[in-house]
Write a protein that binds this ligand. Structure first.
Ligand code: ZN
Length: 438
């Protein structure tokens, strides 16, 4: 009897030990399988997303997954506002790619139960992606959003916007005058026509030269009426305060248009100036191209829940990596078509030092600009040329090419459009070759 009891006890003990050993082994395996992910996302965070040490107060990457916190105190108490476990990573990545609004809903409510109600939509969207495209034209069915930077439609508005060039060049008798909003708009127009001929579906966020400027005046009239109603004196100061808000609103309208359009690619078009040439009345001998993609958050830029969602979105999606590949094509094409070099990696410019992280591609910087952060998917924020360079200022000031009835621009602008066009074709060709969905 005793020996039977002893045997029973022995068997039970062996059983328990085996279970414990097996459990530890499984746990070890699970942790082991996460090690690579932990390392991958920690590296990515450091490399593309974390500009200063304060960012670390809002995020933790460990065996449990990726946790986001609303403050340093919450992190110390391990009170996450959202936790993405490694088991749910694939689902969340698919949501971000196909239904970003729903991904935000889950984040905002911290309610994973919602996921099951999104599964049907997700399945439909994923199956649509698999449909073969008609390939008679290289860009058939490709949706491209073009955002022509700034909104002035004449020089006075450009002065209000503080984006204009007015300078006397050493060998020229006349003062050369032009403004960036006109250059970007004409670039977008030329580019749109070229892309559509190749089958692309193109969205312009600034459809006419005057559209956004008209909106600006309308908004100012309304603000002024409100000021008068409140018996506030209409001063220049009031105008400047209003203008700062209007510029923010203008960007919101732009990214909402782009995200509603659901593009495959977004190009944000700007022309640069030499930030060291502060007086702007004399030309600079320097001339470079550069491009921005999303990333490079400062701790102070993570104060809202939506900002922290974007940090997570950019961390776990391929958007930054794809954008870098696209931006690299743009810079290569700029060099070829414009004969202007990409900015050297060692260049010390204030905004590059304070706000940007240089990626593995020369001239491509992660930067947390509103449009870089808010526009979903693959994008390139292109900054071609220095408008205040002596040769460029002269070339860009010429109105020699009629692109639409009574709308003239410089041949240099057409070269910039050609460079973007070729970069888009190249990028699409390469993604098709790699059979990547972007
Ligand atoms: Zn600009």
């Amino acid at each position: 009897m005793l020996s039977r009891l002893f045997n029973h006890f022995l068997l039970q003990s062996i059983n328990a030990v085996v279970r414990i050993v097996l459990g530890c082994f499984l746990l070890g395996c699970m942790a082991g399988s996460h090690v690579q992910k932990i390392e991958k996302y920690r590296k990515k965070l450091q490399y593309y997303l974390q500009k200063d040490s304060l960012v670390a107060s809002f995020i933790q990457i460990d065996a449990q997954g990726i946790s986001l916190f609303d403050s340093e105190q919450a992190k110390q108490k391990r009170q996450a506002e959202f936790q993405l476990s490694w088991e749910k990573l694939d689902d969340f990545q698919r949501l971000i790619r196909h239904c970003p609004d729903q991904a935000w809903q889950i984040y905002d409510t911290n309610n994973w139960q919602l996921l099951s109600s999104f599964q049907d939509t997700l399945a439909v969207l994923t199956s649509q992606l698999a449909l073969p495209r008609k390939r008679q034209l290289p860009l058939a069915g490709i949706r491209i959003a073009l955002d022509a930077g700034h909104f002035a439609s004449n020089l006075n508005e450009a002065k209000i916007e503080e984006r204009f060039i007015q300078m006397r060049l050493p060998k020229e008798k006349q003062v050369v005058t032009f403004f960036e909003a006109h250059l970007t708009w004409c670039t977008a127009q030329i580019l749109k026509e070229k892309l559509e001929k190749q089958g692309a579906i193109v969205l312009l966020t600034r459809p006419t030269l005057e559209a956004n400027a008209k909106q600006m005046w309308q908004s100012w009239r309304e603000a002024k009426a409100q000021l008068k109603k409140n018996n506030l004196i209409d001063t220049l100061q009031a105008f400047h305060t209003w203008l700062i808000n209007y510029k923010k609103q203008d960007l919101i309208t732009r990214y909402q248009k782009i995200n509603n359009f659901k593009p495959n690619l977004t190009l944000i078009i700007h022309y640069n100036v030499d930030a060291d040439n502060t007086c702007r009345e004399t030309p600079t001998p320097k001339n470079y191209n550069m491009a921005f993609v999303a990333g490079s958050f400062l701790g102070k830029e993570l104060n809202t829940k939506k900002d922290r969602f974007h940090l997570l979105r950019l961390l776990v999606s391929q958007e930054i990596e794809n954008s870098i590949a696209f931006a690299e094509k743009v810079l290569q094409s700029f060099e070829k078509h414009l004969q202007v070099p990409t900015i050297p990696a060692e260049t010390q410019l204030d905004y590059l030092k304070k706000n940007c992280l240089l990626t593995e591609r020369q001239g491509v910087y992660a930067r947390n600009l509103t449009l870089c952060r808010e526009v979903l998917g693959t994008l390139c924020y292109g900054e071609s040329l220095y408008q205040d360079n002596q040769e460029e200022a002269l070339a860009l000031s010429k109105r020699e090419l009629e692109i639409l009835p009574n709308i003239f621009t410089s041949k240099r602008v057409a070269q910039v459009a050609e460079a973007y066009y070729e970069a888009i074709l190249e990028y699409i060709k390469e993604t098709n070759k790699k059979k990547l969905n972007f």
